[in-house]
Ligand binder design. Structure first.
Ligand code: HEM
Length: 443
């Protein structure tokens, strides 16, 4: 148990100036090469401190990280003690902090509590429920074939930059009725939001701009797309509220889906238990996805919450407004392991990759379907795929939020033509340099 003493008080609502020398109580950093090389070693050491431990998530920004499964579930369900609204904490954070594109407040479901959250959440849930699985599968397959056709004649490619990072956004732009000319702006906006060096704020502003135009267009001329459904929802969202929830859906959906596809493909390419793609199939992809969700959840550390008042939580003193995050990766992999399996009543797996409580992911089914279809398409078209570098040479996405390869260089027998790679060309991708500290934009 780590009841913090005076020298180890958890970080409160503000940043700490960088110390001249490293003090003995310097918390472990959840970013940088040492963390990327061995996240599970870090989690083991943090767990030894108790259910929560102090960590550094960016230079000068500390958080308390929950590593214990039961404490994580308690936190995620305890809306009485914790709020999702980061504004009090944010007051002390420099405006250019690399964590703000992820953790900074926006008027969306993710940062709301109570009745405000319930209203946004219902509109999001009901809109996503309109996605017909068979139509989504067909759409993902069409876009997947198009993306594969762009590099299949070369015999090599990067499955992150050319596939996993491009596919989800193309699906979202199609589903929300974005005209092809604006698809590229959406792709750039969502991708740019996670890269502070490229101007995350400007990228978000442009994303809001293009979605604002989309919402105005659909108000004037309704279509058969998710934007139109969201606007017509009984929650009666005004234009700005609709714009913010759509940007949340696109941005919250993009990175984790990319990570899930990338992590599952890496597992299939590098783990001999999967026996290579020649013998692969739906079960193989399903097993890889399940393993990833348990072991390397696409959002490794997230679930930001803030105590409403000074409190004690699982024996640890927390201050009002302090940043408390959940390590989904650490909670899922603690020893002895948490019960595996499936909760029949809720339909939830025991792992926390989708979080739990009122802010759990509302898009579990479409996300799984997207990832499965993307992997099936790739492995059926390019059936002799192999990694072009040793797994140890792979670069991982930096930063505390994600556990996912930054690139996945592969080689395969070049294809002359790809059956079924028809349809309009997908918008060009963007330059997908690995994100710096930062990660999933928060819409
Ligand atoms: C593998 C894919 C995905 C994973 C692992 C995942 C996981 C999560 C997690 C852990 C949260 C809670 C975050 C927090 O509290 O900080 C969350 C929230 C959310 N996710 Fe997902 N997600 C995925 C895909 C998607 C997709 C495809 C969409 C949209 C179509 C989406 C939309 C959202 C939204 C809107 C929220 C906020 C919900 C709320 O605050 O009520 N996610 N997701």
């Amino acid at each position: 148990m780590n009841l913090p003493g005076p020298g180890t008080a958890p970080e409160a609502a503000g940043p700490t100036p960088p110390p001249a020398t490293v003090p003995p109580h310097e918390p472990p950093a959840l970013y940088g090469p040492a963390f990327a090389a061995d996240p599970h070693g870090h989690y083991r050491r943090l767990r030894a401190q108790g259910p929560l431990a102090r960590v550094r998530i960016a230079p000068g920004i500390d958080a308390m990280l929950v590593t214990d499964y039961h404490a994580a579930v308690d936190l995620l369900r305890d809306t009485e003690t914790f709020t999702k609204d980061p504004r009090a904490w944010q007051e002390g954070v420099p405006a250019d902090s690399p964590v703000l594109p992820v953790l900074g407040h926006r008027p969306t479901a993710l940062f709301s509590d109570g009745s405000v959250h319930a209203r946004y959440r219902e509109a999001i849930n009901d809109t996503l429920a309109l996605i017909e699985p068979h139509l989504l599968r067909a759409e993902v397959a069409r876009i997947a074939r198009q993306l594969i056709a762009d590099f299949s004649a070369t015999g090599s490619g990067d499955l992150i930059a050319q596939y996993a990072r491009r596919l989800p956004l193309h699906v979202f732009t199609e589903s929300f009725g974005v005209v092809p000319e604006d698809g590229e702006r959406i792709v750039r906006g969502v991708s740019g939001m996670m890269d502070p060096a490229e101007g995350a704020a400007a990228a978000y502003a442009d994303l809001v701009g293009v979605v604002t135009e989309l919402v105005a267009e659909r108000r004037a001329r309704p279509g058969r797309d998710l934007t139109t459904y969201l606007l017509a929802h009984p929650a009666g969202l005004d234009d700005d509220e609709a714009v913010r929830q759509i940007t949340l859906i696109m941005s919250a959906g993009h990175d984790p889906t990319t990570n899930l596809i990338g992590n599952a493909l890496l597992r299939m390419l590098s783990d001999s238990r999967y026996g290579g793609f020649l013998h692969g199939g739906a079960m193989t992809a399903q097993e890889a996805i399940d393993e990833v969700l348990w072991r390397d959840p696409p959002l490794a550390n997230m679930g930001a919450h803030y105590p409403r008042r000074d409190t004690e939580f699982h024996g640890v003193a927390l201050r009002a407004g302090q940043l408390v995050m959940v390590s989904f990766a650490a909670a899922n992999t603690q020893s002895p392991p948490v019960a595996s399996g499936f909760d029949v009543r809720s339909g939830d797996s025991a792992h926390l990759a989708w979080s739990t409580g009122p802010h759990r992911c509302p898009a579990k089914q479409p996300a799984l379907l997207m990832a499965m279809t993307a992997i099936e398409q790739l492995t059926s078209q390019l059936c002799d795929l192999e990694l072009a570098v040793a797994p140890a040479e792979l670069l991982w996405r930096p930063g505390p939020f994600h556990r996912a390869p930054a690139h996945l260089p592969v080689r395969f027998t070049p294809l002359d033509t790809l059956p079924g790679a028809d349809g309009p060309a997908a918008p060009e991708g963007v330059d997908h340099a690995p994100a710096r500290v930062g990660g999933t934009p928060n819409g």
